[in-house]
Design a protein around this ligand. Structure first.
Ligand SMILES: [Zn+2]
Length: 1001
């Protein structure tokens, strides 16, 4: 599953004029994602009552029985309110009483004691195969279904417990299978909505080692929310068209049919769908037979799936068209989308790269793609960027359709990464599935990591894994994971409501960062060998993280390297946060260095050292360098709090550099003397240090200073080398950290000292690179990625920090567009130009962009236009935009949140967005509250740059009255705003003091 906004590259800064100075920064991707309070590991809460204890506490037990009876009597009413039970109430009570007594006196019997009350399925039955027939009524958005589940009984039980939610069950029959199939007597059946289960209580116990068949007929609505089997619509040639599609991950298959809806219960599925013949239907497998009926209906029979988990099942009913291609190994790939998009060729790019990617993964994993076909379905609405259903992956249109000539490189990259991610899941997820949701990071971390390997395969010049991974994944997640409100990557998941929370940036990005660290320690061939073994061993089954660590350890052993991967990785996955490693050169003559580790945390109160007891086993690589040469790195495993190591020869002028190419998931700090030597090196000849390390030094130095580990002038000194920097990545790292500082400072009195200082560092490269030439018939794929992205980054910084030349250029381009009504602005800088224009020019430009937003059909362009509208410094217009977004359907639903967040990034709109957020919270929470992910994006997006004491108090007050629903997101918001406020009180003066004296200001 790919979360939306994986890479927010579209503009999120607002140029503004204060004292004739323009300011803004570059889009830092959202630092949000949910955290879950860390709970202790599960403890079995089974009651074990020793016989002697029973005697000794007979009276207590008797009292307990009486209390239990009363409690049961009271609970029966609510529990059975939805039950279509035939049993009499008194009989039911008696049964329950007997069971509760059994549970107290005979703890062996407690497995069968009201298993529907447990958060997980009882495990006495296991599904082997499902036959599911669905009839879809698109005219009134309902469907009816009939499911037949073949179950194997593992432990004797009286209860068949299935997941079912929002389904009206009409009939349930249980058959015993064997020599002769016969219907068994059912005592009663009922729903237990609290755990979303449907229970069939049998008259007699089902026996172990025997197979049974459960047949259930049911009816339900095609949902108007984006889960289960849901509907959406689009307009084709002025006419509204409907479609219906499924989203079952993580726990919504139960909204479409009764099933054992936990990933471990893999089974095979044979699906058939009946619908009006004006529609077509799709599912995981190809159509085996299609039978038309006279009345204009058709039934499509899909072939049986391999063993798979319920949440990867999918189907769709729509009237889309498709394009197709066939891989060398004979797999048919089809892209289905609305007919106008197919006709325009918007799906061609996705189809083309999917074909290549299937080959890439088959080679890398040495495991063939398992199904005969792969459909990619582009839908107008979806809760996530995409979902990797096996053989039928569903994408929101913005993440798969691409119009060459209009789309920017960023958009192309975005689409590419989402597709690479979903295709990876066909192996990591679909074929081998995590045992339970606590290891969701395993599949998501892998898919996220492979986004970069897959993109490198498609576009070797992009150097995604070596470069872009650092800024987009590593630097990004270290911001989040440096908070005290973070959580370990493997999180315990008990309730269904906890499950949505594990799909967060920590799972995706930290997962990917840890896997990359491990892959680098192991070396690519050994890593690949381990993966192959893991996939082969667990294909069509489930596996947990220990299974993977074992395979990796085995692979290492085969190479003669004895590392207990589990021991190392448990420290990284079960503890939250990450270390900062400090390397200090000793004064002694023996070339020794002291290496220490501590838990890096932004939340330093009164600069006291962190009192966290966390420790890691850190694969630290160190190089020694001087003006022209850097030593080959050597790996040191650091596992103690402080260690002393001997390093090659270190003379007075040599510097030390740790975490070579930033492959490790930690920060590195040095003594001040070493920092000075590194800065001198960068000023003199940056290329001695690798591109990845240059970006890493920038990110580390700014964040170390932000958290109080370093004086504030060190980051300001390091950016002076940027005029020498010719590569994109360090610029990108710099613009991200500068953006953050910019937002901290953009309402301070001395802001202009800061912006002028930064502009000075940017100016020479800006003038050297110039602007891209207008696109004639510019295909994005033809542009050289590195050059174009570097140019874009520098232009963005120049316009943000007030370059008059940059502003004039933007105004000229917009004016030309308005007067000629032909848009010749190169796609790659459109967001910068639009935003700068809206901010500097008069209201007519805002109106012009608003009009273009409505008339534009290209999805990528629409988003850029909408975001530009948030750049105005006219609060009246910003208010109008917020009102239009919240109260009309002029702004698409999925973009409303982006509008609010982007207005909040604009210093002129920050207060307005924050005010609107509080006033409209009820509406927003009703509309998006269900989708926890969207909700926390909004909360953290709106509050991220609040930085005054007054705003912090407003936030706390607001949470007191409204914060119940999204506790984790609000806890994080408070921590971030507190850190912002604290930075001002502790460091702002020190920061400006240096700038005032700085020779360049
Ligand atoms: Zn995913």
């Amino acid at each position: 599953m790919a979360l939306d906004d994986t890479r927010e590259k579209s503009l999120s800064f607002t140029p503004m004029v204060i004292e004739d100075t323009m300011r803004n920064g570059r889009g830092l991707s959202d630092q949000w994602a949910d955290t879950v309070v860390v709970r202790p590991r599960t403890t079995e809460r089974h009651i074990t009552v020793h016989k002697r204890l029973v005697l000794a506490f007979a009276i207590s037990i008797l009292t307990l029985i009486v209390v239990t009876v009363i409690a049961v009597l009271l609970s029966v009413k609510s529990e059975e309110c939805n039950a279509d039970s035939t049993a009499s109430a008194s009989h039911g009570n008696l049964t329950k009483f007997n069971q509760s007594r059994d549970a107290l006196f005979n703890h062996r019997g407690e497995d069968s004691f009201q298993p529907w009350r447990q958060l997980r399925l009882p495990g006495s039955l296991r599904p082997l195969q499902y036959d599911l027939h669905i009839t879809v009524f698109m005219d009134n958005f309902t469907f009816s279904g009939e499911v037949s589940i073949e179950l194997q009984c593992l432990n004797s039980t009286k209860y068949v417990v299935l997941h079912a939610d929002r389904l009206a069950v009409q009939k349930a029959v249980v058959y015993s299978e064997g020599k002769k199939t016969r219907a068994l007597k059912i005592h009663r059946h009922f729903r237990y909505p609290a755990n979303q289960v449907f229970v069939i209580a049998m008259h007699r116990e089902l026996e172990p080692q025997k197979n049974y068949k459960v047949n259930i007929t049911f009816q339900a609505h095609i949902e108007d929310e984006l889960l289960g089997f849901f509907r959406s619509s689009y307009v084709l040639y002025g006419e509204k068209r409907n479609l219906a599609v499924t989203q079952f991950s993580p726990t919504h298959a139960r909204k479409a049919f009764p099933c054992l809806d936990e990933p471990i219960y893999k089974a095979t599925f044979k699906i058939s769908i009946k619908h009006e013949s004006t529609y077509l239907s799709l599912s995981n497998m190809p159509v085996e037979a299609s039978i038309s009926e006279e009345d204009g209906w058709v039934t499509e029979y899909f072939s049986r799936t391999p063993r798979m988990s319920t949440y990867y099942l999918a189907w769709a009913v729509c009237n889309f068209t498709f394009k197709e291609t066939v891989t060398d190994s004979g797999i048919t790939i089809r892209l289905y989308a609305r007919p106008d998009a197919i006709q325009r060729g918007s799906g061609d790019y996705a189809l083309h790269i999917t074909k290549r990617l299937l080959g890439f993964y088959e080679d890398y994993f040495k495991v063939k793609y398992s199904l005969p076909k792969l459909d990619l379905l582009a839908v107008p609405k979806h809760p996530y960027a995409a979902m990797e259903n096996w053989g039928l992956s569903v994408f929101v249109e913005q993440k798969i359709l691409l119009d060459p000539g209009v789309s920017s490189i960023s958009y192309l990259m975005d689409v590419t990464m989402v597709i690479v991610h979903e295709i990876c899941h066909q192996w990591f997820g679909d074929l081998v599935t995590p045992v339970w949701w606590e290891d969701v990071w395993l599949k998501e971390g892998f898919a996220h990591f492979f986004e970069f390997l897959g993109a490198d395969f498609l576009f070797p010049d992009w150097h995604m894994e070596k470069q872009r991974f650092l800024t987009d994944v590593l630097h990004e997640v270290m911001l989040l994971d440096g908070l005290a409100s973070s959580h370990p990557i493997s999180q315990e998941v008990l309730k269904a409501t906890d499950i949505d929370r594990v799909f967060d940036w920590i799972a995706y990005k930290k997962g990917a960062a840890l896997i990359r660290m491990l892959a680098n320690v192991m070396g690519q061939p050994v890593f690949q060998m381990g993966l192959n073994d893991y996939l082969i061993t667990h294909m069509y089954g489930n596996a947990g993280r220990d299974d993977l660590w074992n395979k990796f350890s085995e692979a290492m052993q085969k190479e003669g390297r004895d590392i207990n991967i589990k021991e190392v990785m448990d420290l990284w996955t079960l503890q939250m946060g990450y270390p900062v490693v400090t390397i200090t050169k000793n004064d002694s003559v023996d070339n020794s260095v002291t290496i220490s580790q501590e838990h890096f945390i932004f939340d330093i109160k009164d600069s006291a050292p962190s009192n966290s007891s966390s420790q890691w086993q850190i694969p630290l690589t160190i190089s020694v360098g001087n003006s022209s040469h850097i030593s080959p790195e050597s790996i040191i495993w650091v596992s103690n709090r402080t260690e002393s190591h001997k390093i090659g020869s270190v003379d007075d002028g040599s510097w030390l550099l740790g975490n070579i190419n930033q492959t490790g998931y930690f920060r590195v700090n040095y003594d001040l003397r070493n920092w000075r030597l590194l800065i001198e090196q960068l000023m003199r000849n940056p290329e001695v240090i690798s591109v990845g390390n240059r970006a890493g030094l920038i990110d580390d130095v700014f964040n170390l200073a932000r958290a109080g580990y370093l004086p504030q002038n060190i980051p300001l000194e390091i950016v002076r080398y940027l005029s020498q920097e010719k590569e994109f990545l360090p610029w990108h790292a710099a613009s991200r950290v500068l953006y953050h500082l910019d937002k901290l400072l953009d309402r301070t009195e001395e802001y202009s000292i800061f912006s002028e200082y930064i502009l000075k560092q940017v100016a020479s490269m800006y003038h050297k690179l110039g602007w891209p030439t207008s696109a004639v018939n510019g295909s994005v794929a033809q542009a050289t990625y590195q050059t174009e992205e570097l140019r874009r980054e520098v232009i963005m910084l120049a316009c943000s920090f007030g370059s008059k030349h940059c502003h004039q250029q933007a105004i000229t381009l917009i004016s030309e567009w308005i007067s000629s009504n032909k848009n010749r602005i190169p796609p790659n800088v459109r967001d910068i130009v639009y935003c700068t224009g809206v901010s500097l020019m008069d209201e007519d430009v805002w109106e012009f962009i608003w009009m273009k937003f409505h008339s534009s059909t290209a999805i990528s362009e629409k988003k850029v236009l909408l975001e530009a509208l948030t750049c105005s410094d006219n609060t009246f217009l910003l208010n109008r935009l917020l009102n239009l977004s919240l109260s009309s359907d002029l702004v698409p639903d999925q973009d409303v949140i982006d509008v609010i967040i982007h207005v909040g990034r604009n210093p002129h709109g920050r207060h307005l967005a924050w005010k609107n957020f509080r006033e409209k919270w009820d509406i927003l929470n009703t509309r998006y509250g269900e989708a926890l992910f969207i909700n926390s994006k909004l909360i953290n997006g709106v509050t991220e740059f609040l930085n005054t004491e007054a705003e912090l108090n407003e936030l706390k007050d607001f949470i007191q009255t409204n914060g119940g629903g999204a506790a984790a997101a609000f806890a994080r918001a408070v921590e971030i705003v507190e850190a912002n406020v604290r930075w001002h009180s502790l460091f702002e003066e020190e920061f400006f003091q240096w700038l005032r004296k700085s020779p360049t200001s």
